[in-house]
Design a protein around this ligand. Structure first.
Ligand code: HAM
Length: 424
């Protein structure tokens, strides 16, 4: 007996009952992005592994443990994209769109990370990502954050707080890194296995450890704020004052380090307590060195990505619903010979009333079973064509909601009636 085929763990199907809410989030996001002058870009789900390894960092969890990497038939190492920034930078450079220009871009789609699946953490998940190139000041950092705050307002989302931090210049980070290695090495026995591994490869990530046994050691670690260079500090202060002026409250979280290596200066996360352990719904920051690392001209850049599954879960948890559209008209052939007339009538109605949802009954069956199906799909009106109607050139209409009796009318009168109902 054949085994039943199932989806891959951590990769979800989105069923018709769920897609209306996703579409609502997508539509609201598109409208907000447009209002801030951002343009959509699309790039492949697969890239050469080097695109991610070079940018996200060889010693990050994403590259070391979570990427879906394989050799293709030519023996090239390819990876499914675990995030969008690297591919976006690769694409912009490849098409020469970063030469002395500013770009405001966004993308949407699936990302892949082989993490341990749990609520809010999946192996295929979806992001809406935003990248702004060519702008060095804290003004664009602030505007990106204002844009996210507007989206939360638009969606009427509650309970999100903004955390920000500065990771300073690369020189400041190198000094701090050396200090952290010194500190954690002197407490080597207290480190868990993960932190031990990170000690040489990526010591900043030890600060991100969620292990309660490590909490005291981390709390007493040197703070990056003491190593921040003057220029970065000025950028950070200016960002805070822009946010304050704009009325967006934020918390400075000196432990916010992020899991990708390309960041410097500003980093931020919107977090909620309502989703359990996976509380970050939107995160990003500045990555001024990445374009150069990819062989491009020095180009300041900043961006973020929001996790669509987490936002949807939060939105739904706060009572948001989106109903699927139901057909306005359900067309039923009373006899099998009338199928052609029904298909023709349906095309006529769609020509005359663009936007109206019109469903024809396909697959045969008694009139009773056709009415049952019309009810099940939630249609408002049923329109029947049988031998009688074909002879008289009329159709029969029944309002499925009001329970009123049937009416006979010409197709032209039906079109008038539907046009009127569209105006309501
Ligand atoms: P990230 O923090 O890795 O950043 O991911 C951004 C958001 O994607 C997270 O805050 C979370 O909402 C969602 N997310 C991440 N992993 C998962 C998962 N396994 N399951 C469900 N949701 C997840 C980036 O990806 C950067 N590329 C953001 C960025 C753009 N920075 C600058 N530009």
């Amino acid at each position: 007996m054949a085994t039943t085929l199932q989806s891959i763990r951590g990769m979800n199907d989105l069923l018709p009952s769920e897609t209306p809410l996703w579409q609502a989030l997508e539509a609201a996001s598109r409208a907000v992005l447009r209002a801030y002058g951002f343009e959509e870009v699309r790039f492949p789900l697969l890239e050469q592994t080097a695109v991610f390894a070079r940018s996200i960092g060889e010693h990050t969890d994403i590259v070391e443990k979570e990427m879906y990497t394989f050799e293709d038939r030519n023996g090239d190492s390819l990876s499914l994209r675990p995030e969008g920034t690297a591919g976006c930078v690769r694409a912009m450079l490849e098409h020469g769109l970063l030469r002395g220009q500013t770009q405001r871009l966004w993308y949407m789609g699936p990302m892949f990370r082989h993490e341990r699946p749990q609520k809010g953490r999946y192996r295929q998940f979806h992001q809406i990502g935003v990248e702004a190139f060519g702008m060095a000041g804290p003004d664009i950092d602030a505007e990106l954050i204002l844009m996210t705050a507007r989206l939360w307002r638009q969606l009427e989302l509650k309970g999100l707080t903004l955390q920000i931090n500065s990771l300073g210049s690369s020189v400041a980070r190198a000094k701090y890194r050396a200090e952290l290695v010194r500190y954690f090495s002197s407490h080597e026995k207290a480190l868990d296995a993960d932190s031990h591994r990170r000690l040489t490869a990526n010591p900043l990530r030890i600060l991100d450890s969620k292990n309660p046994a490590m909490a005291d050691l981390i709390a007493a670690a040197p703070a990056f704020a003491d190593y921040l260079d003057a220029e970065s500090a000025a950028h950070f202060e200016s960002l805070q004052s822009l946010l304050k002026d704009a009325g967006v409250p934020c918390e400075v979280n000196p432990r916010l380090v992020r899991g990708l290596d390309y960041y410097g200066l500003t980093v931020f996360e919107w977090v909620t307590r309502d989703l359990g352990a996976q509380g970050a719904v939107c995160a990003g920051g500045r990555y001024d060195g990445l374009v150069e690392l990819f062989g491009g001209p020095p180009t300041p850049a900043v961006g973020f990505a929001l996790g669509m599954e987490r936002l949807i879960a939060l939105w739904q948890g706060q009572g948001q619903k989106a109903e699927a559209d139901t057909p306005a008209v359900y067309l039923m052939p009373v006899e099998p010979e009338c199928v052609g007339a029904i298909l023709k009538l349906a095309e006529q109605l769609r020509d005359a009333c663009p936007g109206l949802q019109i469903e024809t009954h396909c697959g045969g069956g008694s009139l009773k079973s056709q009415f049952k199906r019309a009810d099940r799909v939630g249609a408002k009106l049923a329109v029947m064509v049988g031998g009688e109607e074909q002879k008289s050139g009329k159709v029969t209409l029944k309002d499925l909601r009001s329970g009123a009796g049937q009416q006979s009318m010409s197709p032209a009168a039906l079109i008038d009636l539907l046009k009127q109902s569209q105006k309501l």
